[in-house]
Design a protein around this ligand. Structure first.
Ligand SMILES: *Cc1c(COP(=O)(O)O)cnc(C)c1O
Length: 414
């Protein structure tokens, strides 16, 4: 297989390892567990350390099995370069560690994965100001920008209330102002959406979710799309300016986050995630169809107060989602009518498992306010549109009729 022809998403993912003369003709990239890598010529070791020649030195900054996964994810995102991390949060944390300094300002969507919300609070205590805005309209982002704004951070579809950011217009705004535009693509995954198409500078994926897809390994990735001109970024250290400009960002992130903080992905996890990624498109086609069928059934039921899924015509960003995404994702959330206890409902599901992961092959359900969003308190939840009875559903690949029946029968039972 050569690079000369552009293949489809799954073909490219499946065959990406083989483009690099894989050891012994192995079909999977082998799991390299060695922590360090030896050289017959000590001078060669020195040139690798000095970045003058590619090569592995110590597992915290790079490993061949992890590098093969980085290459796969980079192809999925059509990126310039990708770094993998131990978790999705480590990839997001790397932004704070490597790119932000005291006195800087961040504009972030207010509709966020709970742990990212918590991270911005932490960063806020360390001398970086963070403005949380309604990113479904670019004008709120624009109003928050100051001369100190270094990055704008959004999720594609927000977890768990499914608000969709004004992705393309925010991209244009950031390009005009020379601001680094970071998009967390976890909820759409590179199969449903490539943030590079709306001008993202950096794309985050929690590999734990749809890319790995089986709930058996944690991982995260950060992709530099190559679109941002790093010569406009004031926080690049002189030592990384010895590379061509396009490499400044990724070189500094690899060193400052992976080397200094060490949340490196292990080779065994990288192998699990790489194998899982081979079937991502197949799984997501099924999951998106399942999510739409169950969401439509719930929306039509009078015992349900509200359903939030970008695939429903009633969703405020249905039109923009149709325009930007291949499909609407595997996650939706809903509220039951007053008087129906969300715990009673969840306990009556036979297939939906009460658990906190998402993007798994199995359908997972969770009462949001009482679990993942418990710590932030009722006031902040209300500002994010999180009702106390909100149930988040991550639909799996079960047979569609079985899932529709399961969610309907549980309503009959409460
Ligand atoms: C799960 C998730 C993360 C964090 O990923 P972990 O691997 O659990 O650390 C980040 N962003 C979004 C949108 C997520 O759903």
């Amino acid at each position: 297989m050569t690079d000369s022809k552009k293949y489809g998403f799954t073909t490219t993912t499946l065959h990406s390892d083989r483009q690099k003369a894989i050891e012994h003709g192995s079909l999977h990239k082998p799991i390299h567990t060695s922590v360090t890598f030896g050289y017959n010529d000590a001078r060669e070791l020195a040139t690798v350390f000095q970045g003058k020649q590619p090569g592995y030195r110590y597992g915290r900054q790079g490993n061949p099995t992890v590098a093969a996964l980085e290459d796969k994810v980079n192809k999925m995102e059509d990126g310039f370069a990708t770094i993998c991390f131990a978790t999705g949060m480590a990839a997001i944390g790397a932004i704070a560690q490597a790119l932000l300094q005291k006195g800087d300002h961040v504009v972030s969507s207010a509709f966020l994965f709970g742990n990212t919300n918590s991270l911005w609070q932490t960063v806020g205590l360390q001398g970086v100001a963070v403005s949380m805005v309604d990113a479904t309209d670019v004008k709120h982002v624009e109003a928050a920008i100051t001369p100190a704004t270094r990055i704008v951070f959004v999720e594609t579809i927000a977890n768990p209330r499914t608000q969709v950011a004004d992705l393309a217009r925010i991209g244009k705004l950031c390009a005009e102002r020379g601001i680094v535009y970071i998009v967390d693509n976890t909820m759409t995954s590179p199969y449903l959406f490539q943030p590079k198409s709306v001008g993202a500078s950096i794309v985050i994926n929690a590999l734990t979710k749809s890319i790995g897809g089986h709930g058996n390994a944690l991982g995260g990735s950060l992709t530099d799309t190559g679109l941002y001109d790093w010569s406009r970024f004031p926080n690049i250290f002189d030592t990384y300016k010895r590379y061509p400009t396009v490499q400044w960002g990724i070189a500094q992130i690899r060193a400052k986050s992976l080397r200094d903080f060490g949340a490196s992905l292990g080779p065994e996890a990288a192998h699990h995630l790489a194998v899982g990624s081979e079937t991502m498109a197949l799984r997501l086609d099924r999951e998106c169809a399942n999510a739409l069928a169950v969401a439509q059934m719930l929306e039509a039921d009078e015992r349900v107060a509200a359903v939030y899924y970008p695939g429903l015509k009633s969703h405020p960003q249905h039109a923009i989602s149709t325009e930007l995404f291949r499909s609407y994702g595997s996650l939706f959330s809903f509220e039951l009518k007053e008087g129906i206890d969300c715990f009673d409902y969840l306990n009556r599901l036979k297939l939906g498992i009460s658990a906190s992961n998402l993007g798994d092959t199995r359908t997972l359900v969770i009462p949001v306010a009482h679990t993942i969003f418990y710590e932030m308190g009722a006031e902040r939840r209300a500002s994010m549109g999180i009702a106390e009875s909100l149930i988040r559903v991550s639909i799996g690949i079960e047979d569609t009729d079985d899932l529709v029946e399961d969610f309907r029968k549980a309503l009959d039972a409460v």
